[in-house]
Write a protein that binds this ligand. Structure first.
Ligand SMILES: *[C@@H]1O[C@H](CO)[C@@H](O)[C@H](O)[C@H]1NC(C)=O
Ligand SMILES: *[C@@H]1O[C@H](CO)[C@@H](O)[C@H](O)[C@H]1NC(C)=O
Ligand SMILES: *[C@@H]1O[C@H](CO)[C@@H](O)[C@H](O)[C@H]1NC(C)=O
Ligand SMILES: *[C@@H]1O[C@H](CO)[C@@H](O)[C@H](O)[C@H]1NC(C)=O
Ligand SMILES: *[C@@H]1O[C@H](CO)[C@@H](O)[C@H](O)[C@H]1NC(C)=O
Ligand SMILES: *[C@@H]1O[C@H](CO)[C@@H](O)[C@H](O)[C@H]1NC(C)=O
Ligand SMILES: *[C@@H]1O[C@H](CO)[C@@H](O)[C@H](O)[C@H]1NC(C)=O
Length: 299
Protein backbone atom coordinates (compact mmCIF):
# COMPACT_ATOMS: atom_id res chain seq x y z
CA UNK A 1 0.00 0.00 0.00
CA UNK A 2 1.06 3.51 -0.69
CA UNK A 3 1.16 6.04 2.13
CA UNK A 4 2.50 9.56 2.12
CA UNK A 5 4.54 10.01 5.25
CA UNK A 6 4.19 13.72 5.43
CA UNK A 7 4.06 15.34 8.82
CA UNK A 8 2.92 18.89 8.35
CA UNK A 9 3.74 21.17 11.22
CA UNK A 10 0.97 23.06 12.91
CA UNK A 11 1.50 26.76 12.74
CA UNK A 12 -1.24 27.68 15.15
CA UNK A 13 -0.54 29.78 18.19
CA UNK A 14 -0.25 28.26 21.65
CA UNK A 15 -2.26 29.96 24.30
CA UNK A 16 -3.07 29.53 27.94
CA UNK A 17 -6.45 30.97 28.90
CA UNK A 18 -9.22 31.07 26.37
CA UNK A 19 -10.23 34.61 25.53
CA UNK A 20 -13.12 36.22 23.75
CA UNK A 21 -12.23 37.67 20.38
CA UNK A 22 -10.58 41.04 20.02
CA UNK A 23 -12.82 43.78 18.71
CA UNK A 24 -12.76 44.57 15.01
CA UNK A 25 -12.27 40.98 13.86
CA UNK A 26 -13.31 40.16 10.31
CA UNK A 27 -16.50 38.08 10.56
CA UNK A 28 -16.73 36.68 7.03
CA UNK A 29 -14.55 35.79 4.07
CA UNK A 30 -15.71 35.30 0.50
CA UNK A 31 -19.35 35.12 1.57
CA UNK A 32 -18.70 32.48 4.27
CA UNK A 33 -19.58 33.54 7.83
CA UNK A 34 -16.71 33.04 10.28
CA UNK A 35 -18.33 32.79 13.75
CA UNK A 36 -16.19 32.67 16.91
CA UNK A 37 -14.43 30.41 18.04
CA UNK A 38 -13.31 30.57 14.39
CA UNK A 39 -11.55 33.75 13.41
CA UNK A 40 -9.21 35.47 11.00
CA UNK A 41 -6.08 37.13 12.33
CA UNK A 42 -4.36 37.37 15.73
CA UNK A 43 -6.64 37.50 18.79
CA UNK A 44 -9.69 36.58 16.76
CA UNK A 45 -9.90 32.79 17.23
CA UNK A 46 -9.55 30.17 19.92
CA UNK A 47 -6.46 27.94 19.62
CA UNK A 48 -7.00 25.49 16.76
CA UNK A 49 -9.77 27.54 15.07
CA UNK A 50 -7.79 29.81 12.82
CA UNK A 51 -9.21 30.53 9.36
CA UNK A 52 -7.06 32.07 6.66
CA UNK A 53 -8.73 34.41 4.21
CA UNK A 54 -6.56 33.91 1.13
CA UNK A 55 -6.54 36.82 -1.30
CA UNK A 56 -9.32 38.34 0.78
CA UNK A 57 -11.86 35.96 -0.73
CA UNK A 58 -11.09 32.27 -0.15
CA UNK A 59 -11.45 30.91 3.40
CA UNK A 60 -9.06 28.04 4.15
CA UNK A 61 -8.04 25.93 7.11
CA UNK A 62 -4.36 26.58 7.80
CA UNK A 63 -2.42 23.51 6.73
CA UNK A 64 1.15 23.57 5.55
CA UNK A 65 0.74 20.83 3.02
CA UNK A 66 -2.75 20.89 1.58
CA UNK A 67 -5.23 23.48 0.52
CA UNK A 68 -8.38 22.89 2.54
CA UNK A 69 -11.06 25.25 1.31
CA UNK A 70 -13.89 26.09 3.74
CA UNK A 71 -17.47 26.09 2.42
CA UNK A 72 -19.38 26.71 5.63
CA UNK A 73 -18.79 27.04 9.37
CA UNK A 74 -21.55 26.56 11.91
CA UNK A 75 -21.86 26.77 15.70
CA UNK A 76 -25.57 26.02 16.11
CA UNK A 77 -27.45 23.73 15.91
CA UNK A 78 -24.37 21.54 15.48
CA UNK A 79 -20.66 22.39 15.50
CA UNK A 80 -19.68 21.65 11.91
CA UNK A 81 -17.31 22.81 9.21
CA UNK A 82 -17.93 21.93 5.56
CA UNK A 83 -14.69 21.77 3.60
CA UNK A 84 -13.26 20.54 0.31
CA UNK A 85 -10.60 17.84 0.65
CA UNK A 86 -8.39 16.14 -1.89
CA UNK A 87 -9.16 12.56 -2.86
CA UNK A 88 -6.70 9.66 -2.56
CA UNK A 89 -5.73 7.78 -5.70
CA UNK A 90 -3.27 5.30 -7.14
CA UNK A 91 -2.75 4.79 -10.87
CA UNK A 92 -1.12 1.87 -12.64
CA UNK A 93 0.44 1.19 -16.00
CA UNK A 94 -2.19 -1.03 -17.60
CA UNK A 95 0.44 -2.77 -19.74
CA UNK A 96 2.75 -4.16 -17.09
CA UNK A 97 0.69 -3.40 -13.96
CA UNK A 98 3.37 -1.27 -12.32
CA UNK A 99 2.33 1.59 -10.03
CA UNK A 100 2.42 5.11 -11.41
CA UNK A 101 1.41 8.33 -9.66
CA UNK A 102 -0.79 8.45 -6.61
CA UNK A 103 -1.43 10.14 -3.30
CA UNK A 104 -3.07 9.08 -0.06
CA UNK A 105 -3.94 12.23 1.81
CA UNK A 106 -3.39 13.09 5.41
CA UNK A 107 -4.12 16.42 7.03
CA UNK A 108 -2.60 17.55 10.30
CA UNK A 109 -5.29 20.15 10.86
CA UNK A 110 -8.02 17.59 11.33
CA UNK A 111 -6.15 16.06 14.25
CA UNK A 112 -6.58 19.09 16.47
CA UNK A 113 -10.05 20.60 16.58
CA UNK A 114 -11.72 18.54 13.88
CA UNK A 115 -12.94 15.01 13.31
CA UNK A 116 -14.47 13.64 10.11
CA UNK A 117 -18.22 13.41 10.78
CA UNK A 118 -19.30 9.77 10.78
CA UNK A 119 -22.97 10.69 10.53
CA UNK A 120 -22.74 13.19 7.67
CA UNK A 121 -20.12 11.50 5.43
CA UNK A 122 -19.49 8.16 3.77
CA UNK A 123 -16.47 6.51 2.18
CA UNK A 124 -16.63 6.03 -1.61
CA UNK A 125 -14.16 3.78 -3.47
CA UNK A 126 -13.88 3.71 -7.27
CA UNK A 127 -12.01 1.23 -9.44
CA UNK A 128 -12.26 -2.12 -11.13
CA UNK A 129 -10.07 -4.27 -8.88
CA UNK A 130 -9.92 -2.00 -5.90
CA UNK A 131 -10.12 -2.55 -2.19
CA UNK A 132 -9.97 0.85 -0.50
CA UNK A 133 -10.15 1.49 3.21
CA UNK A 134 -9.61 4.16 5.80
CA UNK A 135 -7.99 3.55 9.15
CA UNK A 136 -7.43 5.84 12.04
CA UNK A 137 -7.63 6.27 15.77
CA UNK A 138 -5.12 5.45 18.49
CA UNK A 139 -2.92 2.36 18.31
CA UNK A 140 -5.11 -0.73 18.67
CA UNK A 141 -4.47 -4.36 17.83
CA UNK A 142 -2.67 -2.97 14.77
CA UNK A 143 -1.48 0.54 14.06
CA UNK A 144 -4.97 1.95 14.36
CA UNK A 145 -8.16 1.04 16.12
CA UNK A 146 -10.67 1.62 13.31
CA UNK A 147 -10.78 0.48 9.72
CA UNK A 148 -13.62 0.56 7.24
CA UNK A 149 -13.61 -0.10 3.51
CA UNK A 150 -15.18 -1.75 0.50
CA UNK A 151 -14.40 -3.56 -2.73
CA UNK A 152 -15.13 -2.15 -6.19
CA UNK A 153 -14.89 -4.58 -9.07
CA UNK A 154 -15.81 -4.64 -12.75
CA UNK A 155 -15.75 -7.60 -15.03
CA UNK A 156 -15.29 -5.64 -18.22
CA UNK A 157 -15.38 -2.26 -19.85
CA UNK A 158 -19.16 -2.05 -20.05
CA UNK A 159 -20.22 -3.32 -16.64
CA UNK A 160 -20.16 -0.13 -14.56
CA UNK A 161 -23.20 2.13 -14.90
CA UNK A 162 -23.77 5.81 -14.25
CA UNK A 163 -25.72 6.42 -11.04
CA UNK A 164 -25.15 2.92 -9.66
CA UNK A 165 -22.69 2.61 -6.77
CA UNK A 166 -23.30 -0.97 -5.70
CA UNK A 167 -19.87 -2.56 -6.04
CA UNK A 168 -19.45 -2.46 -9.84
CA UNK A 169 -16.82 0.22 -10.38
CA UNK A 170 -18.04 2.03 -7.27
CA UNK A 171 -18.79 1.07 -3.69
CA UNK A 172 -19.72 3.08 -0.61
CA UNK A 173 -19.67 2.33 3.10
CA UNK A 174 -20.38 4.05 6.42
CA UNK A 175 -17.39 5.24 8.44
CA UNK A 176 -16.68 5.03 12.18
CA UNK A 177 -16.54 8.07 14.50
CA UNK A 178 -13.17 9.43 15.62
CA UNK A 179 -11.52 9.61 12.20
CA UNK A 180 -8.73 12.16 12.34
CA UNK A 181 -7.52 11.94 8.80
CA UNK A 182 -8.74 11.41 5.29
CA UNK A 183 -6.14 8.92 4.17
CA UNK A 184 -7.48 6.07 2.03
CA UNK A 185 -5.30 3.00 1.54
CA UNK A 186 -5.52 0.60 -1.40
CA UNK A 187 -4.55 -3.05 -1.36
CA UNK A 188 -1.96 -4.11 -3.87
CA UNK A 189 0.26 -7.15 -4.07
CA UNK A 190 2.81 -8.61 -6.38
CA UNK A 191 0.57 -11.60 -7.08
CA UNK A 192 -2.40 -11.22 -9.39
CA UNK A 193 -5.22 -10.51 -6.89
CA UNK A 194 -5.14 -6.71 -7.05
CA UNK A 195 -3.29 -6.33 -10.32
CA UNK A 196 -4.48 -3.66 -12.73
CA UNK A 197 -2.76 -5.26 -15.69
CA UNK A 198 -5.04 -5.08 -18.72
CA UNK A 199 -7.40 -2.60 -17.05
CA UNK A 200 -6.89 0.16 -19.59
CA UNK A 201 -10.52 1.25 -19.10
CA UNK A 202 -9.96 1.72 -15.36
CA UNK A 203 -6.26 2.18 -14.59
CA UNK A 204 -6.66 3.85 -11.18
CA UNK A 205 -7.95 3.31 -7.66
CA UNK A 206 -9.77 6.26 -6.06
CA UNK A 207 -11.04 6.75 -2.52
CA UNK A 208 -12.62 9.65 -0.70
CA UNK A 209 -14.78 10.55 2.23
CA UNK A 210 -17.66 12.70 1.01
CA UNK A 211 -20.81 14.31 2.36
CA UNK A 212 -23.66 11.79 2.11
CA UNK A 213 -26.09 12.22 -0.78
CA UNK A 214 -23.76 14.47 -2.76
CA UNK A 215 -21.76 12.00 -4.87
CA UNK A 216 -23.41 10.50 -7.95
CA UNK A 217 -21.20 7.88 -9.65
CA UNK A 218 -20.21 8.54 -13.27
CA UNK A 219 -18.39 5.86 -15.29
CA UNK A 220 -16.14 8.62 -16.61
CA UNK A 221 -14.88 9.10 -13.01
CA UNK A 222 -12.94 5.83 -13.44
CA UNK A 223 -10.56 7.95 -15.52
CA UNK A 224 -10.58 11.24 -13.63
CA UNK A 225 -7.49 13.23 -12.74
CA UNK A 226 -6.97 12.27 -9.10
CA UNK A 227 -4.47 15.00 -8.34
CA UNK A 228 -6.86 17.86 -9.07
CA UNK A 229 -10.09 16.39 -7.69
CA UNK A 230 -11.57 17.55 -4.37
CA UNK A 231 -14.83 16.56 -2.67
CA UNK A 232 -17.02 18.25 -0.03
CA UNK A 233 -17.18 16.74 3.42
CA UNK A 234 -18.38 17.68 6.87
CA UNK A 235 -16.06 17.94 9.86
CA UNK A 236 -17.29 17.93 13.45
CA UNK A 237 -15.35 20.23 15.74
CA UNK A 238 -14.90 20.57 19.49
CA UNK A 239 -12.76 22.41 22.03
CA UNK A 240 -10.18 19.77 22.89
CA UNK A 241 -7.16 21.48 24.32
CA UNK A 242 -6.03 25.02 24.99
CA UNK A 243 -2.69 24.02 23.54
CA UNK A 244 -2.95 22.61 20.03
CA UNK A 245 0.73 21.60 20.05
CA UNK A 246 0.11 19.27 22.94
CA UNK A 247 -1.20 15.78 22.38
CA UNK A 248 -3.21 15.94 25.62
CA UNK A 249 -6.90 16.22 24.74
CA UNK A 250 -8.39 15.90 28.18
CA UNK A 251 -10.99 18.61 28.39
CA UNK A 252 -14.44 17.42 29.36
CA UNK A 253 -17.25 19.58 30.71
CA UNK A 254 -16.65 18.51 34.29
CA UNK A 255 -12.92 19.20 34.13
CA UNK A 256 -13.10 22.56 32.46
CA UNK A 257 -16.14 24.21 34.05
CA UNK A 258 -15.15 26.96 36.46
CA UNK A 259 -11.62 27.22 35.04
CA UNK A 260 -10.34 30.22 33.06
CA UNK A 261 -10.29 27.97 29.99
CA UNK A 262 -14.04 27.38 29.96
CA UNK A 263 -15.26 28.54 26.55
CA UNK A 264 -19.04 28.59 27.07
CA UNK A 265 -19.09 32.28 27.96
CA UNK A 266 -22.68 33.21 27.23
CA UNK A 267 -25.44 33.18 29.82
CA UNK A 268 -28.04 30.58 28.83
CA UNK A 269 -25.35 28.35 27.37
CA UNK A 270 -24.49 24.79 28.29
CA UNK A 271 -21.53 22.49 27.97
CA UNK A 272 -21.85 19.16 26.14
CA UNK A 273 -19.14 16.54 25.87
CA UNK A 274 -18.10 15.98 22.27
CA UNK A 275 -19.65 12.91 20.64
CA UNK A 276 -16.94 12.56 17.99
CA UNK A 277 -13.51 12.57 19.59
CA UNK A 278 -12.45 14.08 22.93
CA UNK A 279 -13.30 17.57 24.16
CA UNK A 280 -16.50 19.55 24.64
CA UNK A 281 -18.82 21.86 22.77
CA UNK A 282 -21.03 24.74 23.87
CA UNK A 283 -24.66 25.19 22.92
CA UNK A 284 -27.37 27.64 23.81
CA UNK A 285 -29.92 26.17 26.21
CA UNK A 286 -33.37 25.39 24.89
CA UNK A 287 -35.29 28.51 23.90
CA UNK A 288 -32.12 30.47 23.13
CA UNK A 289 -30.20 30.72 19.86
CA UNK A 290 -26.94 32.36 18.86
CA UNK A 291 -23.29 31.96 19.72
CA UNK A 292 -22.63 30.37 23.15
CA UNK A 293 -18.90 31.14 22.85
CA UNK A 294 -19.53 34.89 23.09
CA UNK A 295 -20.57 36.87 26.16
CA UNK A 296 -24.26 37.59 25.63
CA UNK A 297 -24.24 35.36 22.53
CA UNK A 298 -27.31 33.23 23.32
CA UNK A 299 -30.45 35.31 22.85
C1 LIG B 1 2.27 -1.69 -3.71
O1 LIG B 1 2.42 -0.87 -2.55
C2 LIG B 1 3.76 -0.67 -2.17
C3 LIG B 1 3.75 0.16 -0.89
O2 LIG B 1 3.02 -0.50 0.08
C4 LIG B 1 4.52 0.04 -3.28
O3 LIG B 1 5.87 0.20 -2.88
C5 LIG B 1 4.44 -0.76 -4.56
O4 LIG B 1 5.01 -0.01 -5.60
C6 LIG B 1 3.00 -1.08 -4.90
N1 LIG B 1 3.01 -1.97 -6.03
C7 LIG B 1 2.17 -1.84 -7.02
C8 LIG B 1 2.28 -2.83 -8.13
O5 LIG B 1 1.35 -0.98 -7.03
C1 LIG C 1 -4.46 34.05 -4.78
O1 LIG C 1 -4.00 34.91 -5.79
C2 LIG C 1 -2.86 34.41 -6.51
C3 LIG C 1 -2.39 35.49 -7.46
O2 LIG C 1 -3.48 36.00 -8.19
C4 LIG C 1 -3.28 33.13 -7.25
O3 LIG C 1 -2.16 32.58 -7.92
C5 LIG C 1 -3.76 32.12 -6.23
O4 LIG C 1 -4.24 30.96 -6.90
C6 LIG C 1 -4.90 32.72 -5.39
N1 LIG C 1 -5.23 31.76 -4.35
C7 LIG C 1 -6.49 31.40 -4.08
C8 LIG C 1 -6.67 30.37 -3.03
O5 LIG C 1 -7.45 31.88 -4.64
C1 LIG D 1 -24.22 26.87 6.26
O1 LIG D 1 -24.76 26.14 7.34
C2 LIG D 1 -25.88 26.77 7.93
C3 LIG D 1 -26.22 26.00 9.18
O2 LIG D 1 -26.21 24.62 8.94
C4 LIG D 1 -27.01 26.81 6.91
O3 LIG D 1 -28.11 27.47 7.47
C5 LIG D 1 -26.53 27.56 5.68
O4 LIG D 1 -27.51 27.50 4.69
C6 LIG D 1 -25.24 26.97 5.14
N1 LIG D 1 -24.74 27.83 4.10
C7 LIG D 1 -24.22 27.34 2.99
C8 LIG D 1 -23.68 28.34 2.02
O5 LIG D 1 -24.15 26.14 2.77
C1 LIG E 1 2.05 23.21 24.46
O1 LIG E 1 2.43 21.86 24.33
C2 LIG E 1 3.77 21.71 23.88
C3 LIG E 1 4.00 20.21 23.62
O2 LIG E 1 3.58 19.45 24.73
C4 LIG E 1 4.73 22.31 24.91
O3 LIG E 1 6.06 22.18 24.45
C5 LIG E 1 4.39 23.79 25.08
O4 LIG E 1 5.19 24.34 26.12
C6 LIG E 1 2.92 23.96 25.46
N1 LIG E 1 2.59 25.38 25.46
C7 LIG E 1 1.88 25.96 26.44
C8 LIG E 1 1.62 27.42 26.25
O5 LIG E 1 1.48 25.34 27.40
C1 LIG F 1 -4.90 18.07 31.06
O1 LIG F 1 -3.65 17.40 31.20
C2 LIG F 1 -2.58 18.28 31.46
C3 LIG F 1 -1.29 17.47 31.43
O2 LIG F 1 -1.48 16.20 31.97
C4 LIG F 1 -2.82 18.94 32.84
O3 LIG F 1 -1.74 19.81 33.13
C5 LIG F 1 -4.12 19.74 32.76
O4 LIG F 1 -4.43 20.28 34.01
C6 LIG F 1 -5.28 18.83 32.33
N1 LIG F 1 -6.43 19.69 32.07
C7 LIG F 1 -7.63 19.39 32.51
C8 LIG F 1 -8.71 20.37 32.17
O5 LIG F 1 -7.87 18.36 33.15
C1 LIG G 1 -18.55 14.55 30.33
O1 LIG G 1 -17.60 13.50 30.46
C2 LIG G 1 -17.11 13.37 31.78
C3 LIG G 1 -15.98 12.37 31.77
O2 LIG G 1 -16.30 11.23 31.02
C4 LIG G 1 -18.27 12.93 32.71
O3 LIG G 1 -17.81 12.79 34.03
C5 LIG G 1 -19.35 14.03 32.65
O4 LIG G 1 -20.48 13.64 33.37
C6 LIG G 1 -19.77 14.33 31.20
N1 LIG G 1 -20.54 15.56 31.23
C7 LIG G 1 -21.63 15.76 30.51
C8 LIG G 1 -22.28 17.11 30.60
O5 LIG G 1 -22.07 14.90 29.78
C1 LIG H 1 -28.23 22.85 20.46
O1 LIG H 1 -29.47 23.47 20.79
C2 LIG H 1 -30.40 23.47 19.73
C3 LIG H 1 -31.59 24.32 20.18
O2 LIG H 1 -32.06 23.94 21.43
C4 LIG H 1 -30.77 22.05 19.40
O3 LIG H 1 -31.66 22.04 18.32
C5 LIG H 1 -29.51 21.28 19.03
O4 LIG H 1 -29.81 19.92 18.80
C6 LIG H 1 -28.45 21.40 20.12
N1 LIG H 1 -27.21 20.85 19.60
C7 LIG H 1 -26.60 19.79 20.13
C8 LIG H 1 -25.32 19.37 19.50
O5 LIG H 1 -27.05 19.18 21.08
Amino acid sequence: MWAALLLPVLVLADSLALQPPATGCQTSCGGVDVPFPFGIGPGCFLPGFQIECINGSTPMLPDDSYEIKVLNLSVMPRPEARVMLHIAFQCYDATDGSAKDGASFRSAVIKSAYRISDTRNELVVLGCTTFGFTSSGPWGRRDSSFASGCLAYCDNDGSAMDGSCVGIGCCRVEIPPGLTDNTVFFLNDSASTWSHQGLGFSPCDYGFMVEKNTYDFRVSDLNMDGSSTTKPLVLDWAIRSSNVSSSVDNMTCTEVKGTPEYACLSDNSQCLNSTNGPGYICNCTQGYWGNPYLIGGCK
